[in-house]
Design a protein around this ligand. Structure first.
Ligand code: HEM
Length: 428
């Protein structure tokens, strides 16, 4: 992985024997025990660990649910009811999985905005960032297919609306969009065949996410972690070993996160869902107001802000794709917004824009709601294609601390420290 040399010393004879043959303990020790982490990391850096927890929790609860769930149009709805009522601790496992998807997205969005604020996407972390964008796309596909499985009214109609978006391709080559939609459905409408394939893919995709996360963490350990000052590790005193320092902080962050998670699971298990999903799917009755889960609302607002269907679909996908270009759109010389007096305000304007789009996504697509959705959609893109490139060139950043150590201990600290275990090569 990284150039960092592990100081791993096997303590048992078996450990030594294994280390000579398959040094997996050495790899783990080097990457997750004595790996040098910047000493100034704040609690926003605990979300990577929290996300890893969420992924494992979704996998474990999902596999247990799959043991009792029936992926057929006739049985799916009742099988979820059966899980909640009859299966031992089924109520808890189902609530953990359903609420867990919301918690997973909450953590992923915080993690992503942390990266945007501290410039973690900038060189040399471009690949790490792009892998993050792929992860969020895979998470979206997984959550979308997972939502169809309870086969309630909202499940059915959300699948109908979103899969139908592909029919907008008919306006480019007539017939192609419809053909794709029917191929996705496995028939001429959303049906049991659609449910069955969505179940298969919903089971598969999380393992793709596991693979992407492995690459994400690999990339992270090659270039080393960014930090609130946005500086590279230069001397030994700039870093601390991952264990116990970063691990202990991660544990505190995870515990606080689990309190919120547990609050929802035990007190408000259905709060984040939609009441219509307690009605079994009925192709003959369209709900008056079809809304996706909260984590899709900003994209839904963008989709409906555009008068043309195809245009809306393109902008919706572009709103994610544009994230991948952030490393090249941002021209600033410093990474962290902490040292960017003007950009900092634009960052918060961007956060407000995303929240506003989320609010508008939950409202009917009419009147002033649509007008405001257009305004915020415009700013969403302007932020990337105008603010990031231009502001980076004209803004004068504040004076950076001389080193990560100085960022923690104040000016002059860390002078004379010997060069040592740097996570990132110093040549950049
Ligand atoms: C399953 C989802 C994900 C998992 C398990 C995960 C895991 C991690 C972990 C463990 C770290 C190191 C600790 C930390 O910096 O918090 C990290 C760092 C990072 N992640 Fe993720 N991540 C996920 C999704 C994402 C997404 C969606 C993005 C952005 C699009 C992203 C971008 C980054 C970046 C830029 C860093 C480096 C941060 C820095 O060093 O400042 N990650 N990730």
């Amino acid at each position: 992985m990284s150039s960092h040399e592990s100081n791993y010393k096997p303590t048992s004879r078996f450990g030594k024997w294994l280390d000579d043959r398959l040094p997996v303990g050495r790899l783990m020790h080097g990457q997750f025990v004595d790996f040098p982490t910047p000493r100034n990391l704040n609690y926003w850096w605990t979300f990577g660990g929290i996300l890893t927890f969420c992924l494992v929790a979704q996998l474990v609860t999902g596999i247990v649910l799959a043991m009792h769930y029936q992926p057929s149009a006739a049985e799916a709805f009742n099988s979820v009811d059966h899980i909640r009522r009859d299966v031992n601790y089924g109520w808890m496992i189902q609530a953990m999985h359903a609420t867990g998807s919301s918690m997973f997205f909450l953590a992923a969005y915080i993690h992503l905005f942390r990266g945007l604020y501290y410039g973690s996407y900038k060189a040399p972390r471009e690949i790490l960032w792009i892998l993050g964008v792929f992860i969020i796309l895979a998470m979206m596909a997984t959550a979308f297919m997972g939502y169809s499985l309870p086969w309630g009214q909202m499940s059915f109609w959300a699948v109908t609306v979103i899969t139908n978006l592909f029919s907008s391709l008919d306006s480019i080559i007539p017939g192609v969009g419809t053909a794709i939609v029917q191929w996705l459905w496995g028939g001429y409408s959303v049906s049991g065949s659609t449910l069955n394939r969505f179940f298969a893919l919903h089971y598969l995709l999380p393992f793709v996410i596991v693979g992407l996360v492995a690459l994400h963490i690999w990339a992270l350990h090659v270039v080393g972690q960014n930090n609130p000052a946005g500086l590279d590790i230069k001397t030994k005193s700039d870093s601390v070993p991952m264990y116990p320092y970063a691990v202990a902080k991660d544990a505190v962050g995870l515990f606080a996160f689990l309190l919120v998670f547990a609050w929802f699971v035990f007190f408000l298990p259905d709060y984040l869902g939609h009441a219509d999903n307690f009605i079994e799917a009925n192709p003959l009755v369209t709900p008056p107001h079809i809304v996706p889960e909260w984590y899709f609302l900003p994209y839904y607002a963008i989709l409906r802000a555009v008068p043309s269907k195809l245009g809306g679909v393109i902008l919706m996908f572009a709103s994610i794709a544009i994230l991948a270009f952030a490393p090249w759109l941002d021209t600033a010389r410093v990474r962290s917004s902490k040292y960017r007096p003007i950009y900092k305000w634009f960052f918060w304007l961007f956060v407000f824009t995303c929240l506003a789009l989320g609010y508008l996504g939950a409202k009917p697509a009419e009147g002033s709601y649509v007008a405001w959705a257009r305004v915020f959609t415009a700013y969403y893109f302007l932020h990337f294609i105008v603010v990031m490139p231009i502001l980076g060139l004209i803004e004068t950043p504040k004076k950076l601390p001389g080193s990560i150590t100085e960022d923690v201990l104040g000016p002059g600290a860390g002078k004379g420290a010997t060069a040592g275990a740097a996570a990132a090569p110093e040549t950049r």
